[in-house]
Design a protein around this ligand. Structure first.
Ligand code: AMP
Ligand code: MG
Length: 473
Protein backbone atom coordinates (compact mmCIF):
# COMPACT_ATOMS: atom_id res chain seq x y z
CA UNK A 1 0.00 0.00 0.00
CA UNK A 2 1.41 3.40 -0.98
CA UNK A 3 0.64 5.17 2.25
CA UNK A 4 1.62 8.83 2.42
CA UNK A 5 1.84 10.80 5.66
CA UNK A 6 1.12 14.45 4.99
CA UNK A 7 -1.01 15.27 8.02
CA UNK A 8 1.64 13.65 10.19
CA UNK A 9 4.22 16.20 8.99
CA UNK A 10 2.25 19.01 10.67
CA UNK A 11 3.78 18.15 14.04
CA UNK A 12 2.83 17.28 17.60
CA UNK A 13 0.47 20.20 18.12
CA UNK A 14 -1.96 18.58 15.67
CA UNK A 15 -2.22 15.01 16.95
CA UNK A 16 -0.91 12.24 19.18
CA UNK A 17 0.62 9.09 17.74
CA UNK A 18 -1.64 6.12 18.46
CA UNK A 19 -1.66 2.48 17.36
CA UNK A 20 -4.66 0.36 16.44
CA UNK A 21 -5.56 -1.81 19.42
CA UNK A 22 -7.06 -5.03 18.05
CA UNK A 23 -10.32 -6.47 19.31
CA UNK A 24 -10.67 -9.99 20.66
CA UNK A 25 -10.97 -12.43 17.72
CA UNK A 26 -11.21 -9.65 15.19
CA UNK A 27 -12.27 -10.72 11.66
CA UNK A 28 -12.45 -8.94 8.34
CA UNK A 29 -16.09 -9.49 7.36
CA UNK A 30 -16.69 -7.08 4.50
CA UNK A 31 -14.67 -4.90 2.21
CA UNK A 32 -15.38 -2.56 -0.63
CA UNK A 33 -13.51 -3.96 -3.62
CA UNK A 34 -14.45 -1.20 -6.06
CA UNK A 35 -13.28 1.52 -3.69
CA UNK A 36 -10.15 -0.44 -2.76
CA UNK A 37 -9.26 -0.78 -6.43
CA UNK A 38 -9.77 2.93 -7.07
CA UNK A 39 -7.34 3.64 -4.22
CA UNK A 40 -4.90 0.86 -5.16
CA UNK A 41 -5.31 -0.70 -1.73
CA UNK A 42 -5.05 -4.49 -1.55
CA UNK A 43 -6.92 -5.15 1.67
CA UNK A 44 -6.30 -8.86 1.57
CA UNK A 45 -2.54 -8.67 1.19
CA UNK A 46 -0.87 -10.06 4.33
CA UNK A 47 0.98 -6.78 5.03
CA UNK A 48 -2.11 -4.61 4.76
CA UNK A 49 -4.18 -7.04 6.78
CA UNK A 50 -1.57 -7.13 9.53
CA UNK A 51 -1.55 -3.35 9.61
CA UNK A 52 -5.34 -3.07 9.77
CA UNK A 53 -5.62 -5.78 12.41
CA UNK A 54 -3.13 -3.90 14.60
CA UNK A 55 -0.57 -6.71 14.36
CA UNK A 56 1.99 -4.43 12.77
CA UNK A 57 2.34 -1.08 14.47
CA UNK A 58 2.50 1.84 12.11
CA UNK A 59 4.69 4.53 13.69
CA UNK A 60 2.88 7.33 11.83
CA UNK A 61 -0.63 6.30 12.99
CA UNK A 62 -2.28 9.18 14.83
CA UNK A 63 -5.40 10.61 16.42
CA UNK A 64 -6.21 14.18 15.44
CA UNK A 65 -6.96 16.89 17.99
CA UNK A 66 -9.66 19.45 17.34
CA UNK A 67 -12.35 21.47 19.10
CA UNK A 68 -15.96 22.15 18.19
CA UNK A 69 -19.30 23.75 18.87
CA UNK A 70 -21.50 20.91 20.09
CA UNK A 71 -25.23 21.69 20.17
CA UNK A 72 -24.31 25.37 20.33
CA UNK A 73 -21.77 25.21 23.18
CA UNK A 74 -18.03 25.40 22.63
CA UNK A 75 -15.85 22.43 23.64
CA UNK A 76 -12.25 23.67 23.54
CA UNK A 77 -10.72 20.25 23.16
CA UNK A 78 -12.10 17.22 21.37
CA UNK A 79 -10.33 14.86 19.01
CA UNK A 80 -10.45 11.38 17.57
CA UNK A 81 -11.60 9.58 20.70
CA UNK A 82 -11.67 6.23 18.99
CA UNK A 83 -10.11 6.82 15.60
CA UNK A 84 -6.68 6.30 14.09
CA UNK A 85 -5.55 8.01 10.91
CA UNK A 86 -3.20 5.59 9.21
CA UNK A 87 -2.19 8.01 6.48
CA UNK A 88 -3.29 9.07 3.03
CA UNK A 89 -3.43 7.28 -0.31
CA UNK A 90 -3.69 8.80 -3.77
CA UNK A 91 -6.88 7.83 -5.62
CA UNK A 92 -7.14 7.20 -9.35
CA UNK A 93 -8.90 10.57 -9.54
CA UNK A 94 -5.69 12.25 -8.34
CA UNK A 95 -7.18 13.26 -4.98
CA UNK A 96 -5.73 12.32 -1.62
CA UNK A 97 -7.80 10.02 0.61
CA UNK A 98 -7.41 9.48 4.34
CA UNK A 99 -7.45 5.93 5.65
CA UNK A 100 -9.09 6.18 9.02
CA UNK A 101 -9.94 3.35 11.39
CA UNK A 102 -12.90 3.95 13.70
CA UNK A 103 -13.25 2.01 16.95
CA UNK A 104 -9.51 1.37 17.25
CA UNK A 105 -9.23 1.80 21.03
CA UNK A 106 -8.53 4.48 23.62
CA UNK A 107 -6.73 7.66 22.59
CA UNK A 108 -5.75 10.76 24.58
CA UNK A 109 -9.03 12.28 23.32
CA UNK A 110 -11.38 9.52 24.49
CA UNK A 111 -12.73 11.60 27.40
CA UNK A 112 -15.24 9.35 29.16
CA UNK A 113 -15.60 6.99 26.20
CA UNK A 114 -14.14 3.53 25.80
CA UNK A 115 -12.47 4.12 22.43
CA UNK A 116 -14.63 1.48 20.81
CA UNK A 117 -17.43 1.28 18.27
CA UNK A 118 -20.17 -1.33 18.13
CA UNK A 119 -21.12 -3.46 15.14
CA UNK A 120 -24.51 -1.70 14.99
CA UNK A 121 -22.98 1.74 14.45
CA UNK A 122 -20.30 0.47 12.03
CA UNK A 123 -22.98 -1.17 9.89
CA UNK A 124 -25.12 1.95 10.03
CA UNK A 125 -22.17 4.04 8.88
CA UNK A 126 -21.16 1.55 6.18
CA UNK A 127 -24.65 1.51 4.68
CA UNK A 128 -25.29 5.24 4.93
CA UNK A 129 -21.98 6.39 3.54
CA UNK A 130 -22.23 4.03 0.56
CA UNK A 131 -25.87 4.99 -0.02
CA UNK A 132 -24.98 8.69 0.05
CA UNK A 133 -22.14 8.18 -2.35
CA UNK A 134 -24.45 6.31 -4.75
CA UNK A 135 -26.83 9.28 -4.55
CA UNK A 136 -23.93 11.54 -5.67
CA UNK A 137 -23.57 13.21 -2.29
CA UNK A 138 -19.94 13.78 -1.31
CA UNK A 139 -19.31 11.52 1.64
CA UNK A 140 -16.75 9.57 3.58
CA UNK A 141 -16.85 5.96 2.39
CA UNK A 142 -16.54 2.53 3.92
CA UNK A 143 -13.54 0.47 2.89
CA UNK A 144 -13.66 -2.46 5.30
CA UNK A 145 -15.60 -3.78 8.26
CA UNK A 146 -14.19 -5.91 11.06
CA UNK A 147 -16.27 -7.64 13.70
CA UNK A 148 -15.12 -9.37 16.87
CA UNK A 149 -16.09 -11.40 19.89
CA UNK A 150 -15.34 -8.53 22.23
CA UNK A 151 -18.29 -7.13 24.14
CA UNK A 152 -18.63 -3.36 24.15
CA UNK A 153 -21.08 -1.85 26.63
CA UNK A 154 -23.73 0.63 25.52
CA UNK A 155 -27.32 0.34 26.81
CA UNK A 156 -26.59 -3.39 26.51
CA UNK A 157 -23.47 -5.41 25.75
CA UNK A 158 -22.93 -5.38 21.99
CA UNK A 159 -20.30 -6.89 19.70
CA UNK A 160 -17.37 -4.53 19.16
CA UNK A 161 -16.31 -3.71 15.61
CA UNK A 162 -14.06 -1.45 13.59
CA UNK A 163 -14.73 0.42 10.38
CA UNK A 164 -11.99 1.43 7.99
CA UNK A 165 -13.19 4.50 6.18
CA UNK A 166 -11.89 6.96 3.65
CA UNK A 167 -12.58 10.60 2.98
CA UNK A 168 -10.85 13.21 0.90
CA UNK A 169 -10.08 14.73 4.29
CA UNK A 170 -10.95 14.59 7.97
CA UNK A 171 -9.98 18.18 8.75
CA UNK A 172 -12.96 19.67 10.49
CA UNK A 173 -14.16 23.22 11.12
CA UNK A 174 -13.26 22.37 14.72
CA UNK A 175 -9.57 21.96 13.82
CA UNK A 176 -9.41 25.69 13.09
CA UNK A 177 -11.41 26.53 16.20
CA UNK A 178 -8.97 24.54 18.33
CA UNK A 179 -6.03 26.74 17.38
CA UNK A 180 -7.92 30.01 17.07
CA UNK A 181 -9.37 29.97 20.59
CA UNK A 182 -5.96 29.20 22.06
CA UNK A 183 -4.42 32.08 20.15
CA UNK A 184 -2.09 29.73 18.31
CA UNK A 185 -1.71 31.77 15.16
CA UNK A 186 1.31 29.89 13.80
CA UNK A 187 -0.52 26.54 13.87
CA UNK A 188 -3.63 28.12 12.38
CA UNK A 189 -1.52 29.42 9.49
CA UNK A 190 0.14 26.05 9.11
CA UNK A 191 -3.27 24.39 8.83
CA UNK A 192 -4.37 26.90 6.18
CA UNK A 193 -1.25 26.15 4.13
CA UNK A 194 -1.85 22.41 4.52
CA UNK A 195 -5.45 22.69 3.30
CA UNK A 196 -4.38 24.83 0.35
CA UNK A 197 -1.67 22.33 -0.58
CA UNK A 198 -3.76 19.19 -0.38
CA UNK A 199 -7.44 20.10 -0.67
CA UNK A 200 -7.67 23.45 -2.45
CA UNK A 201 -4.54 23.71 -4.63
CA UNK A 202 -6.50 25.59 -7.31
CA UNK A 203 -6.98 28.46 -4.83
CA UNK A 204 -3.24 29.13 -4.79
CA UNK A 205 -3.58 30.97 -8.12
CA UNK A 206 -6.04 33.47 -6.63
CA UNK A 207 -4.94 36.91 -5.47
CA UNK A 208 -6.00 36.00 -1.93
CA UNK A 209 -5.73 32.20 -1.62
CA UNK A 210 -7.35 32.14 1.83
CA UNK A 211 -10.39 34.06 0.58
CA UNK A 212 -10.65 31.78 -2.44
CA UNK A 213 -10.45 28.73 -0.20
CA UNK A 214 -13.09 30.00 2.23
CA UNK A 215 -15.40 30.81 -0.68
CA UNK A 216 -14.88 27.26 -1.94
CA UNK A 217 -15.62 25.79 1.51
CA UNK A 218 -18.84 27.83 1.69
CA UNK A 219 -19.81 26.65 -1.78
CA UNK A 220 -19.13 22.98 -1.10
CA UNK A 221 -20.95 23.13 2.24
CA UNK A 222 -23.97 24.83 0.66
CA UNK A 223 -24.09 22.22 -2.10
CA UNK A 224 -23.74 19.35 0.35
CA UNK A 225 -26.66 20.60 2.44
CA UNK A 226 -28.79 21.29 -0.64
CA UNK A 227 -28.26 17.64 -1.57
CA UNK A 228 -29.22 16.48 1.93
CA UNK A 229 -32.47 18.44 1.69
CA UNK A 230 -33.29 17.13 -1.77
CA UNK A 231 -32.86 13.45 -0.87
CA UNK A 232 -34.37 13.86 2.60
CA UNK A 233 -31.21 13.09 4.57
CA UNK A 234 -30.86 14.32 8.14
CA UNK A 235 -27.40 14.24 9.68
CA UNK A 236 -28.49 14.37 13.31
CA UNK A 237 -25.33 15.84 14.90
CA UNK A 238 -24.30 18.89 12.89
CA UNK A 239 -21.66 20.03 15.37
CA UNK A 240 -18.69 21.93 13.94
CA UNK A 241 -16.42 19.00 14.83
CA UNK A 242 -18.50 16.89 12.43
CA UNK A 243 -18.18 19.32 9.52
CA UNK A 244 -15.39 18.69 7.07
CA UNK A 245 -13.42 21.41 5.35
CA UNK A 246 -13.77 19.42 2.11
CA UNK A 247 -17.58 19.56 2.08
CA UNK A 248 -18.04 15.83 2.51
CA UNK A 249 -20.65 14.30 4.78
CA UNK A 250 -18.76 12.72 7.69
CA UNK A 251 -19.42 11.22 11.12
CA UNK A 252 -22.54 9.18 10.62
CA UNK A 253 -24.31 8.68 13.93
CA UNK A 254 -28.04 9.01 14.59
CA UNK A 255 -28.78 10.08 10.99
CA UNK A 256 -31.99 9.34 9.14
CA UNK A 257 -33.52 9.32 5.68
CA UNK A 258 -36.94 10.95 5.50
CA UNK A 259 -39.84 8.50 5.37
CA UNK A 260 -43.21 10.10 6.27
CA UNK A 261 -42.76 13.64 5.02
CA UNK A 262 -42.33 16.07 7.89
CA UNK A 263 -39.98 19.03 7.73
CA UNK A 264 -39.91 19.37 11.51
CA UNK A 265 -38.64 15.79 11.89
CA UNK A 266 -35.79 15.21 14.39
CA UNK A 267 -34.03 11.88 13.83
CA UNK A 268 -31.65 12.05 16.81
CA UNK A 269 -33.48 11.12 20.00
CA UNK A 270 -30.76 12.85 22.06
CA UNK A 271 -31.51 16.17 20.30
CA UNK A 272 -34.22 17.20 22.76
CA UNK A 273 -34.60 20.75 21.43
CA UNK A 274 -34.69 19.76 17.79
CA UNK A 275 -31.66 21.94 17.08
CA UNK A 276 -30.75 19.79 14.08
CA UNK A 277 -34.29 19.17 12.78
CA UNK A 278 -34.56 18.53 9.05
CA UNK A 279 -35.78 22.01 8.09
CA UNK A 280 -33.10 23.65 10.22
CA UNK A 281 -30.15 22.06 8.45
CA UNK A 282 -29.58 24.87 5.91
CA UNK A 283 -29.56 27.44 8.75
CA UNK A 284 -27.20 25.32 10.85
CA UNK A 285 -24.82 25.06 7.90
CA UNK A 286 -24.58 28.84 7.90
CA UNK A 287 -24.17 28.94 11.67
CA UNK A 288 -21.28 26.48 11.41
CA UNK A 289 -19.65 28.42 8.60
CA UNK A 290 -19.94 31.52 10.76
CA UNK A 291 -17.97 29.66 13.47
CA UNK A 292 -15.34 28.83 10.87
CA UNK A 293 -15.10 32.42 9.59
CA UNK A 294 -14.53 33.72 13.11
CA UNK A 295 -11.26 31.78 13.16
CA UNK A 296 -9.94 34.08 10.44
CA UNK A 297 -10.76 37.35 12.15
CA UNK A 298 -7.03 38.04 12.50
CA UNK A 299 -6.44 37.35 8.81
CA UNK A 300 -9.29 39.18 7.12
CA UNK A 301 -11.52 42.21 7.70
CA UNK A 302 -14.94 41.61 9.15
CA UNK A 303 -16.64 42.88 5.98
CA UNK A 304 -14.69 40.44 3.90
CA UNK A 305 -15.73 37.52 6.10
CA UNK A 306 -19.34 38.64 6.00
CA UNK A 307 -19.31 38.87 2.22
CA UNK A 308 -17.87 35.34 1.99
CA UNK A 309 -20.71 34.09 4.19
CA UNK A 310 -23.25 35.94 2.12
CA UNK A 311 -22.58 33.66 -0.84
CA UNK A 312 -23.99 30.70 1.08
CA UNK A 313 -27.71 31.23 0.81
CA UNK A 314 -27.87 31.86 -2.94
CA UNK A 315 -25.58 28.90 -3.64
CA UNK A 316 -27.70 26.57 -1.54
CA UNK A 317 -30.98 27.80 -3.03
CA UNK A 318 -29.69 27.55 -6.59
CA UNK A 319 -28.35 24.06 -6.10
CA UNK A 320 -31.48 22.91 -4.30
CA UNK A 321 -33.70 24.30 -7.06
CA UNK A 322 -31.66 22.49 -9.70
CA UNK A 323 -31.94 19.23 -7.79
CA UNK A 324 -35.67 19.63 -7.24
CA UNK A 325 -36.23 20.48 -10.91
CA UNK A 326 -34.55 17.19 -11.79
CA UNK A 327 -36.55 15.37 -9.12
CA UNK A 328 -39.93 16.74 -10.20
CA UNK A 329 -39.25 16.68 -13.93
CA UNK A 330 -40.02 20.38 -14.23
CA UNK A 331 -37.96 22.79 -16.31
CA UNK A 332 -38.92 26.21 -14.98
CA UNK A 333 -37.99 27.46 -11.53
CA UNK A 334 -41.13 29.59 -11.55
CA UNK A 335 -43.22 26.40 -11.82
CA UNK A 336 -41.15 24.75 -9.10
CA UNK A 337 -41.69 27.64 -6.70
CA UNK A 338 -45.46 27.38 -7.13
CA UNK A 339 -45.75 23.60 -7.13
CA UNK A 340 -43.29 22.57 -4.43
CA UNK A 341 -44.76 24.38 -1.39
CA UNK A 342 -48.25 23.08 -2.15
CA UNK A 343 -46.89 19.56 -2.68
CA UNK A 344 -44.99 19.67 0.61
CA UNK A 345 -48.05 20.71 2.58
CA UNK A 346 -50.00 17.92 0.93
CA UNK A 347 -47.32 15.32 1.69
CA UNK A 348 -47.18 16.52 5.31
CA UNK A 349 -50.94 16.23 5.77
CA UNK A 350 -50.97 12.78 4.21
CA UNK A 351 -47.86 11.59 6.09
CA UNK A 352 -46.75 10.40 2.66
CA UNK A 353 -43.47 8.59 2.26
CA UNK A 354 -41.08 11.07 0.59
CA UNK A 355 -39.10 8.64 -1.58
CA UNK A 356 -42.06 6.45 -2.51
CA UNK A 357 -43.96 9.53 -3.67
CA UNK A 358 -41.19 10.78 -5.93
CA UNK A 359 -40.52 7.35 -7.37
CA UNK A 360 -44.22 7.08 -8.22
CA UNK A 361 -44.10 10.53 -9.75
CA UNK A 362 -41.24 9.36 -11.97
CA UNK A 363 -43.42 6.44 -13.13
CA UNK A 364 -46.49 8.65 -13.50
CA UNK A 365 -47.92 8.81 -17.03
CA UNK A 366 -50.06 11.69 -18.25
CA UNK A 367 -53.27 9.70 -18.05
CA UNK A 368 -52.67 7.60 -14.95
CA UNK A 369 -53.74 9.80 -12.09
CA UNK A 370 -55.00 6.84 -10.08
CA UNK A 371 -51.52 5.49 -9.54
CA UNK A 372 -50.87 8.40 -7.21
CA UNK A 373 -54.38 9.14 -6.03
CA UNK A 374 -54.68 5.68 -4.50
CA UNK A 375 -51.86 6.63 -2.15
CA UNK A 376 -53.73 9.43 -0.37
CA UNK A 377 -56.86 10.15 1.62
CA UNK A 378 -57.59 13.57 0.13
CA UNK A 379 -57.82 12.53 -3.52
CA UNK A 380 -59.30 15.86 -4.57
CA UNK A 381 -56.38 17.89 -3.22
CA UNK A 382 -53.80 15.71 -4.94
CA UNK A 383 -55.82 15.59 -8.14
CA UNK A 384 -55.84 19.41 -8.26
CA UNK A 385 -52.12 19.46 -7.72
CA UNK A 386 -51.51 16.82 -10.40
CA UNK A 387 -53.50 18.81 -12.94
CA UNK A 388 -51.32 21.85 -12.37
CA UNK A 389 -48.24 19.66 -12.45
CA UNK A 390 -49.33 17.95 -15.66
CA UNK A 391 -49.83 21.30 -17.37
CA UNK A 392 -46.32 22.38 -16.37
CA UNK A 393 -44.80 19.08 -17.54
CA UNK A 394 -46.61 19.27 -20.88
CA UNK A 395 -45.01 22.64 -21.57
CA UNK A 396 -41.51 21.13 -21.15
CA UNK A 397 -39.14 21.04 -24.10
CA UNK A 398 -38.34 17.40 -23.31
CA UNK A 399 -41.04 14.84 -24.01
CA UNK A 400 -42.93 13.25 -21.12
CA UNK A 401 -41.13 9.95 -21.52
CA UNK A 402 -37.67 11.48 -21.84
CA UNK A 403 -38.29 13.42 -18.65
CA UNK A 404 -39.63 10.33 -16.87
CA UNK A 405 -36.47 8.45 -17.82
CA UNK A 406 -34.40 11.18 -16.23
CA UNK A 407 -36.57 11.23 -13.13
CA UNK A 408 -36.02 7.51 -12.64
CA UNK A 409 -32.29 8.24 -12.46
CA UNK A 410 -32.86 10.95 -9.87
CA UNK A 411 -35.48 9.47 -7.56
CA UNK A 412 -34.15 6.30 -5.92
CA UNK A 413 -36.26 3.20 -5.59
CA UNK A 414 -34.22 2.15 -2.56
CA UNK A 415 -33.48 4.32 0.47
CA UNK A 416 -31.89 3.38 3.75
CA UNK A 417 -34.83 3.06 6.09
CA UNK A 418 -34.18 2.63 9.79
CA UNK A 419 -36.07 -0.63 10.00
CA UNK A 420 -33.99 -2.12 7.17
CA UNK A 421 -30.75 -1.15 8.90
CA UNK A 422 -32.15 -2.55 12.15
CA UNK A 423 -33.02 -5.91 10.55
CA UNK A 424 -29.65 -6.42 8.88
CA UNK A 425 -27.86 -5.45 12.10
CA UNK A 426 -29.81 -8.06 14.04
CA UNK A 427 -28.80 -10.72 11.53
CA UNK A 428 -25.16 -9.59 11.51
CA UNK A 429 -25.04 -9.74 15.30
CA UNK A 430 -25.96 -13.42 14.89
CA UNK A 431 -23.13 -13.82 12.36
CA UNK A 432 -25.32 -13.65 9.23
CA UNK A 433 -24.07 -10.93 6.88
CA UNK A 434 -26.17 -11.95 3.90
CA UNK A 435 -29.04 -9.51 4.59
CA UNK A 436 -26.46 -6.71 5.03
CA UNK A 437 -24.91 -7.52 1.65
CA UNK A 438 -28.29 -7.67 -0.09
CA UNK A 439 -29.25 -4.30 1.32
CA UNK A 440 -25.87 -2.79 0.47
CA UNK A 441 -26.26 -4.06 -3.09
CA UNK A 442 -29.53 -2.21 -3.72
CA UNK A 443 -28.38 0.94 -1.90
CA UNK A 444 -25.29 1.20 -4.10
CA UNK A 445 -27.39 1.14 -7.29
CA UNK A 446 -30.60 2.65 -5.89
CA UNK A 447 -32.10 3.73 -9.22
CA UNK A 448 -32.18 0.24 -10.68
CA UNK A 449 -35.27 -1.93 -10.32
CA UNK A 450 -33.66 -4.98 -8.62
CA UNK A 451 -36.99 -6.81 -8.94
CA UNK A 452 -35.84 -9.74 -6.81
CA UNK A 453 -35.34 -7.31 -3.92
CA UNK A 454 -38.67 -5.49 -4.15
CA UNK A 455 -39.36 -5.96 -0.47
CA UNK A 456 -36.38 -3.70 0.33
CA UNK A 457 -38.20 -0.81 -1.33
CA UNK A 458 -41.25 -1.16 0.91
CA UNK A 459 -42.35 1.48 3.37
CA UNK A 460 -41.53 0.98 6.99
CA UNK A 461 -43.98 -1.02 9.12
CA UNK A 462 -45.33 0.85 12.16
CA UNK A 463 -42.80 -0.75 14.55
CA UNK A 464 -40.01 0.47 12.27
CA UNK A 465 -41.12 4.08 12.56
CA UNK A 466 -40.76 4.11 16.31
CA UNK A 467 -37.17 2.80 16.40
CA UNK A 468 -35.02 5.25 18.32
CA UNK A 469 -31.52 6.29 17.36
CA UNK A 470 -29.33 8.44 19.56
CA UNK A 471 -25.70 9.53 19.96
CA UNK A 472 -24.73 6.34 21.82
CA UNK A 473 -22.74 4.25 19.36
P1 AMP B 1 -19.53 12.29 17.73
O1 AMP B 1 -20.74 12.98 18.25
O2 AMP B 1 -19.74 10.85 17.40
O3 AMP B 1 -18.90 13.03 16.60
O4 AMP B 1 -18.46 12.26 18.93
C1 AMP B 1 -18.01 13.42 19.61
C2 AMP B 1 -16.66 13.14 20.24
O5 AMP B 1 -16.72 12.05 21.15
C3 AMP B 1 -15.59 12.80 19.22
O6 AMP B 1 -14.41 13.47 19.59
C4 AMP B 1 -15.47 11.29 19.34
O7 AMP B 1 -14.19 10.83 19.00
C5 AMP B 1 -15.79 11.06 20.80
N1 AMP B 1 -16.38 9.73 21.04
C6 AMP B 1 -17.57 9.26 20.65
N2 AMP B 1 -17.76 7.99 21.04
C7 AMP B 1 -16.63 7.62 21.70
C8 AMP B 1 -16.19 6.42 22.37
N3 AMP B 1 -16.95 5.34 22.42
N4 AMP B 1 -14.96 6.43 22.91
C9 AMP B 1 -14.19 7.51 22.86
N5 AMP B 1 -14.54 8.66 22.29
C10 AMP B 1 -15.74 8.73 21.71
MG1 MG C 1 -17.51 13.42 15.47
Amino acid sequence: MNLEHHYATLGDAFYTHVAIQPLHEQRLVEFNQALATSLSVDIKSPETKALLMGETVLPQGLSMVYAGHQFGGFSPQLGDGRGVLLGEVRGQDGLLYDLHMKGAGLTPYSRRGDGRAVLRSCIREYLASEAMSALSIPSSRALALFDSREAVYRERPEPGAMLLRTANGHIRFGHFEFFFYQGKQAQLDQLVEHCLDYYYPECRQAEQPLVAMLLAVVKRTAQMIAKWQAVGFQHGVMNTDNFSITGETIDYGPYGFMEDFDESWVCNHSDYEGRYAFARQPGVGLWNLNCLMRCFSNHLERDQLVSILQTYEAELQQHYDDLMLAKTGLEKTTDLHVLLPSLFSLLTKEKMDYSVFFRLLAHFRESEFDLLLDEVIDRQALSNWLQQYQAARLSNTLSWSQMSERMLQTNPKFVLRNYLAHSVIQAAEQGDYLPFRRLLNVLTSPFEEHQASDELAQRSPEWGKSLEVSCSS
